[in-house]
Ligand binder design. Structure first.
Ligand code: C2G
Length: 446
């Protein structure tokens, strides 16, 4: 029996893919198709794939041309597969001509004619464009525009800042067509807004934007009051709009896989999570202004809260906060959580620097994520027996905002109002912790 193998993403499966599969099948008796995983695609720079790996596998199977589907998850796997399955012919489209000649050492390599005039990229570009307006034009907003350029189906069309000169400078710098002179002018120009203004203004802009029927991607910290967060989610639901807090870590590939690995028990039962985020800041910065919800806990707290609440659950018993104060704000805060079967702690600082790593301890081993863990591309799972230790590497492209932007744009286009990787309950609990701190509950000031 002659075995043929081919590989691909097969996103938005189209006639070009079907022709390729038919031609590959005709080369032998048994056709194996390797469908790339979402992570492998990210790693090889394909970040705009619409269907997830399961959807793409189903589409390939539904062609009826395939005898066996496998998943492709790492570079170099093709050689392993050819040997493992006893493959006679490796076939691939002519857009790859020459690239896979190194496989000739292991089997016959055939480049099949590519179908002209159709591609997944073209189909993705035909999707409607989400027009995004930016509110607040500071440093995070400046990182947002170049990152959004890596994501399909969006365009940054307008920006607003109460300081018109700042808005003008931002629009000139990034070639944004509309300098909005009021939030209303901004809402009129777009389908969705990205709120990147100081955090004490988030609630009001988010409410206004939702009232104006706009989808909202809101920077974190989202809001500081559970009642306000619930009100905004209710409003978004009533209007059928997407309201997504922009927690970039939740969408970052390494963190995503760390979460699934830990949930599948690689270190046994989790007994402790400890994470730190410190970002030394100029004393005169707005981030340290007590009148504007400044301070370390307000500014950085939602980062360590993500792994703590996602790994240990939202049902903590209590939290004690220890804060080193200056000018009425915390320059550094350590928080200690009691859960029924675990403890957690974090350190956040704007005026104190410490190692920004994360350690998750379990009954069988621990995970070490080096600083800065919240935008990591690498972590290690370590055991008593060092021979069992494993290192994991992932892409973390640019500033890492593109992953959350991709999720937001997909949610808007697909009418998906809930996000699987960061639940409402987790966001509301984060907000509750922030609120509890602001109310001084179990806060010990030093
Ligand atoms: N294809 C084609 N005609 C088109 C579009 C695609 O013949 N109009 C072929 C490609 O040449 C490839 C297959 O369909 O052989 C799958 O294409 P993609 O989904 O774009 O996957 P690709 O990125 O080419 O993956 O390990 C993955 C492989 O290296 C290739």
């Amino acid at each position: 029996m002659k075995k043929v193998i081919t590989y691909g993403t097969f996103d938005l499966l189209h006639q070009g893919h079907i022709n390729l599969l038919r031609r590959a099948k005709a080369l032998g008796d048994w056709l194996i198709v390797g469908v790339t995983t979402d992570n492998f695609d990210l790693e090889r720079g394909k970040m705009n794939t619409c269907g997830n790996v399961m959807e793409r596998i189903e589409a390939v199977k539904a062609t009826g041309l395939v005898d066996q589907v496998i998943i492709e998850e790492y570079k170099g796997q093709k050689i392993d597969d050819i040997r493992k399955y006893g493959v006679d012919i490796f076939a691939i489209g002519s857009d790859w001509t020459g690239y896979f000649d190194y496989l000739k050492e292991f089997c016959e390599v055939v480049y099949l004619p590519r179908t002209e005039g159709i591609s997944s990229t073209q189909l993705r570009q035909e999707r409607p464009t989400v027009r995004i307006g930016v509110i607040g034009t500071g440093s995070i907003a400046s990182r947002f525009v170049p990152e959004a350029a890596f994501v399909n189906s969006n365009a940054i069309v307008a920006a607003y800042n109460p300081d018109p000169q700042a808005a003008q400078a931002y629009c000139t710098r990034f070639g944004i067509p509309t300098v909005a002179h009021s939030p209303e002018e901004l809402y009129a120009a777009c389908d969705a807004v990205y709120i990147a203004s100081p955090h004490y203004t988030h609630y009001e802009y988010a409410r206004q934007a939702l009232m104006a029927e706009k989808h909202v991607l809101c920077e974190i910290p989202f809001v500081f009051n559970v009642r306000e967060a619930e009100e905004l989610f209710d409003l978004a639901d009533r209007k059928g709009l997407v309201l997504m807090p922009a927690h970039k870590t939740a969408w970052c590939p390494a963190y995503g896989h760390l979460f699934t690995l830990l949930k599948s028990g690689v270190i046994g039962e989790i007994a402790e999570v400890n994470a730190s985020v410190t970002t030394l800041t100029d004393e005169h910065s707005e981030k340290l202004d007590s009148q504007r919800l400044g301070g370390s806990m307000n500014e950085n707290g939602c980062f360590p809260l993500l792994p703590i609440l996602q790994l240990l659950g939202t049902g903590y018993r209590n939290i004690n906060f220890y804060s080193k104060m200056k000018n009425d704000v915390d320059m550094y805060t350590k928080a200690v959580f009691r859960f029924d079967h675990a403890v957690a702690s974090f350190q956040v600082g704007l005026g104190v620097k410490t190692e920004g790593n994360m350690v998750i301890s379990g009954t069988k081993g621990y995970v070490y994520v080096p600083a800065p863990w919240w935008k990591t591309d690498y972590f290690e799972v370590r055991y008593e027996d060092q021979n069992k230790n494993k290192k994991y590497f992932y892409p973390f492209a640019g500033e890492g905002l593109r992953y959350e932007i991709k999720e937001f744009v997909s949610c808007v286009l697909e009418g998906r109002t809930l996000q699987s990787k960061l639940t409402r309950k987790e966001i509301l609990t984060m907000t509750r912790v922030q609120e509890q701190y602001l109310q001084g509950e179990n806060v010990y000031k030093i």
